[in-house]
Ligand binder design. Sequence first.
Ligand code: UDP
Length: 335
Amino acid sequence: SMKILSILGARPQFIKASAISREITKRKNIQEKILHTGQHFDANMSKIFFDQMQIPKPDWNLEISNLNHGAMTGRMIEEIENILLEERPDWVLLYGDTNSTISGALSAKKLHLKIAHVEAGLRSYNMKMPEEINRILTDRISDILFCPTKGAADNLKLEGFKNFDCQIVNCGDVMYDNALYFRKYSKTPNFSKPQKFILTTIHRAENTDDSQKLASIFRAFDKIAREIPIVLPLHPRTKQKLNELKINISNSNFIIVNPVGYLEMVNLLEHCSLVMTDSGGLQKEAFFFKKHCVTLREETEWTELVDNGFNIIAGNIETNIYDAYKKMINKNSNF
Ligand code: UDP
């Protein structure tokens, strides 16, 4: 039988892993063990996904979080290596583009273990993003690259991956599997949700680590919330930055809540009028739930959505965000 060791650390990885674990548990000849690095640890950023999405309980939790990139990846590499040495899995399964992903890749490859990378081939072509560095390096040393889209597979071909000793598989998007599977379990969130609202999230370092940009985005939200309520499940990193910068918005139409579980997120996606986000996953989920999206970044990995007119790249300047909102808000009726 085949032994797989999955390495997870952050919310989008738990969500992706749920789609794969659902399949693995159906197959008697495959055994999966799960290593949680601890990168995301708050109950509403971690445990809730294991509970709601039936992900098997992690076999290890390294509890490595809240460190700078060097310290975090360094410690993860060291501890993951110890576990891999003991377990010697046939495959190490990695997801996405976080520090947990790159740490797992380096630990596994140097022990000559085989790596499968789920959500391979995505590129923003912005080398200032930690995620871009993590995904490029992980892709380069992976043995199987599972691409969510044809565009992702094409990116790898353009980078010469055909010449490398690896296999590229365009298998489709596991996030779509989840959207289809979990929509029937949609759960009303425990706060009072307005009739009509815009669903927003903000957490990318490029927005949270730049006080000007963060302030500009929140000014735009404040202005938009005077026209239509905004619901913002607030990521802990963004919450911390807003506190540090003393940015606080008192606008009863701007509803800031704690991060929600995936089932509540599905409910918000079903009922919202528009999505505004810097999240990669949420941009696609907007489309899966037939909602338009304003992306609060300078570029996106999911260019298909922009080409099709379902997504608009607004950046982080207040007026550009407001204009993009105006352009997209009335579009959903004719999706
Ligand atoms: N998500 C969630 N609850 C929230 C915010 C996001 O379940 O409060 C889900 C969202 O639906 C998507 C995933 O988390 O599936 C996106 O994760 P995140 O925005 O952290 O990362 P990214 O997609 O940018 O990698």
